[in-house]
Design a protein around this ligand. Structure first.
Ligand code: SF4
Ligand code: SF4
Length: 143
């Protein structure tokens, strides 16, 4: 039988025991603010990969990779607790991923190629033409 605490009894001091280590299951990397079609085309390539998301919040643009830390133990505890990196030490369990998903509060959040492609189409009038332009340029370069 699974021993679970009723939702009303979950507090900041015991919630990690109920969590599947959501905070250790992804990484983020800040991105230069994308402005050009080329920059968005690169993001399109990245988000085409499974588990790679792109988001923008009040601090800027980020790449998010869903990947569990290799030091997570089967019981979802840290296997290198005494020598875990500073960023892990700075993470607070007071208001964390257990309380709200990462995409909560984001201005933009793209999980798929199609989502970002649709956004780019609204942002750039000539978005769909960029591929024709590139291919035409390739033909010329090969001459
Ligand atoms: S800090 Fe939050 S997200 Fe991380 S294990 Fe604890 S409850 Fe889960
Ligand atoms: S080092 Fe430990 S605390 Fe940091 S992400 Fe990995 S399992 Fe989590």
């Amino acid at each position: 039988m699974v021993n679970r605490i009723a939702t009303r009894d979950i507090t900041s001091s015991n919630k990690c025991d109920q969590c599947t280590a959501l905070c250790c299951s992804y990484i983020t990397q800040e991105l230069d603010t994308p402005r050009s079609m080329h920059a968005f085309d690169v993001l399109l390539w990245q988000v085409a990969h499974k588990g790679v998301h792109i988001f923008k919040d009040g601090n800027g643009w980020y790449l998010l990779c869903q990947t569990r830390c290799e030091f997570l133990l089967p019981d979802n505890r840290c296997g290198i607790y005494e020598r875990r990196p500073i960023i892990c030490r700075e993470h607070s369990h007071e208001a964390c991923e257990f309380d709200a998903p990462v995409n909560d509060g984001c201005d933009l959040y793209f999980q798929t190629y199609d989502e970002l492609d649709a956004y780019c189409r609204t942002r750039f009038k000539t978005w769909d033409k960029r591929l024709e332009k590139f291919e035409a340029g390739r033909v010329k370069r090969q001459r």
